[in-house]
Design a protein around this ligand. Structure first.
Ligand code: FMN
Ligand code: SF4
Length: 524
């Protein structure tokens, strides 16, 4: 018998085996009815997302990030040409809710940015974090774009290292996420240490918060601020479990939990139970560590925010920053109902919270940070106009270090080594190379934001206000952003003193992108 005949016989007997198994099993009707060929349907279902992504989807299809949005992040991260040719392919004439930025013909700001990419201008926050409340370690963040909370556990150690190194290169802050401070967070990037409901990194053996451990931990790393996590947009009000198989020795050490045992995050904090006790805890942490202390939350019922601002206005206690996460935000894993339907999308939620602070005349004393697809310049500009002082980027930073939006983060089979604890999958991610990509993406985003600010005639994105943005309501009408979200004049801007200071900082260097000096016959 030739090898061809032998191979054909082996193939046929394998098919016969599969057919027999399909006919005898009872679990899948499809396979009983269509033995062998029925498997094609399961195969196509499994690789459907990739097929659609590469072959079928248009530039503006796909979520969370469209092909155009991903292309912009990838090209920015690699310092490739991130321009788009031939004009927009967005359907702006017919898309209700499409925001449009109003540039000014004669603005007061002379562009400080160089016309060519690669000449970066620093873009610090317009507010001093913790300054209004006189925290001992108050500081002005160097970057209005920072890396959002993502724990070691949801991300691989190599991904965390890449992001931490990127933070050092880009001069921005790296939020640890709720999984504690690991060895991978110690590569030079400055940290915001996030304290979640399980107090990972600052808990005792019974899972109770321990102040001494918190102080030791923040003294051991370049921690610049503390963020108390109340909730995140993708799964508010829900705890989490890191399955035992993923709780390696390194993860156990960072979190202060036993190795190889399911690691539970409860849905509620044990240290406080209402806005009043939350504020007491904020003041305790700030006094004991000297660090600015803030909260991160998604937005649902507004009762919490009303009570919080009333207490801040009347009792002298207060948070230094508020991070608002939109319902469109990401997560490693969550039930569909939570990712799809619980908590408001960013713009709506943020505007409600900001307005509550503004009505209590507290908005100038608090740094507002936004998250929820704000690593895209158009979304970020609207966030700044609504009153954000800084934006956090999570999934966009993941894209910059190689994520291909395969959306398998919850399965531990991430093909790019970003969101997995599988050592073999993670080994392909080179932290040194990817850190440069993430840092380049962050500085490109900062540059785009500054360019838009200059087009609007102001020196810094924090000085863009609601008058610079309109929201299209169809082909023939638009509404000002202030009207859409019921903003009063002046809302969305820092205090007059903060505005003057950030203008001084931004114009200290000679402008690089201005025109030649006026001619002798110039009239203006
Ligand atoms: C893999 C992953 C892990 C995350 N882990 C945390 C976390 O530990 N704590 C937290 O507050 N938010 C966490 N988030 C939410 C992000 O910090 C961020 O708020 C959200 O994804 C919105 O930002 P984005 O649209 O730029 O991704 C996580 C998100 C992702 C994608
Ligand atoms: S490549 Fe896929 S699985 Fe990996 S981080 Fe990105 S979305 Fe998650």
């Amino acid at each position: 018998m030739s090898w061809v005949t032998r191979a054909a016989a082996a193939g046929l007997s394998a098919l016969a085996g599969v057919a027999a198994r399909d006919l005898l099993q009872r679990e899948h009707t499809l396979l009983r009815n269509f033995p062998v060929v029925g498997h094609a349907r399961y195969l196509i279902e499994a690789i459907g997302p990739e097929l659609r992504q590469y072959l079928v989807a248009g530039n503006n299809e796909e979520r969370p990030f469209t092909r155009d949005q991903r292309r912009w992040v990838y090209a920015s991260a690699k310092k490739e040409n991130n321009y788009f040719g031939f004009g927009t392919d967005n359907d702006l004439e017919y898309t209700a809710g499409y925001p449009v930025i109003n540039h000014r013909t004669f603005g007061r700001a002379v562009p400080t940015t160089h016309v060519a990419a690669g000449h970066e201008t620093p873009l610090p926050s317009a507010k001093v974090l913790g300054g209004a409340r006189g925290r001992a370690q108050a500081f002005r963040p160097n970057s209005v774009v920072n890396i959002s909370a993502m724990s070691f556990g949801s991300l691989s150690g190599r991904a965390v290292e890449a992001l931490n190194r990127a933070a050092a290169v880009a001069g921005c802050l790296h939020n640890t996420g709720e999984g504690g401070i690991s060895v991978h967070h110690r590569h030079g990037g400055e940290l915001v240490y996030q304290i979640g409901t399980a107090y990972f990194g600052c808990r005792d053996e019974h899972g109770r918060f321990e102040l001494g451990r918190l102080k030791d931990l923040v003294a051991s790393a370049p921690v610049r601020a503390l963020e108390i996590k109340l909730s995140q947009g993708a799964k508010p009000g829900l705890g989490g479990v890191l399955p035992a198989a993923k709780v390696s020795a390194e993860i156990a050490a960072a979190r202060g939990v036993p190795e190889g045992v399911d690691c539970i995050s409860p849905s509620r904090h044990a240290e406080f139970s209402d806005p009043d006790s939350l504020l007491d805890w904020v003041e305790l942490l700030a006094t004991e560590t000297g660090l600015p202390v803030g909260i991160k939350s998604a937005v649902g019922d507004m009762g919490f925010w009303h009570e919080l601002t009333e207490l801040m206005a009347t009792t002298g206690r207060g948070v230094d920053f508020v991070t608002i996460d939109g319902g469109e935000g990401g997560t490693g894993a969550a039930p569909l109902i939570f990712t799809d339907s619980v908590s408001l999308p960013f713009q709506l939620g943020f505007a409600r919270v900001y307005s509550t602070f503004a009505r209590a005349a507290l908005q100038e004393q608090v740094t507002f940070i936004g998250g929820g697809k704000l690593g895209l310049p158009d979304n970020a500009v609207v966030a700044f106009a609504l009153g954000c002082d800084m934006v956090n980027v999570a999934r966009e930073a993941m894209l910059a270090i190689g994520c291909i939006q395969a959306q398998k983060c919850h399965t531990d089979t991430c093909p790019t080594g970003v969101a997995t604890q599988n050592a073999w999958l993670a080994h392909g991610l080179d932290p040194a190379l990817k850190s440069v990509r993430a840092a380049t993406y962050i500085s490109t985003l900062r540059r785009d934001l500054l360019k838009v600010a200059e087009a609007c005639g102001v020196e810094h994105p924090g000085l863009i206000d609601t008058s610079a943005v309109e929201v299209l309501t169809g082909r023939t009408a638009a509404r000002p952003l202030s009207e859409v979200y019921d903003y009063e004049p002046g809302w969305g801007l820092p205090s007059a003193a903060d505005q003057a200071e950030i203008v001084r900082i931004m114009t200290a260097e000679a402008p690089q992108g201005g025109s030649a000096p006026p001619s002798p016959t110039a009239v203006g």
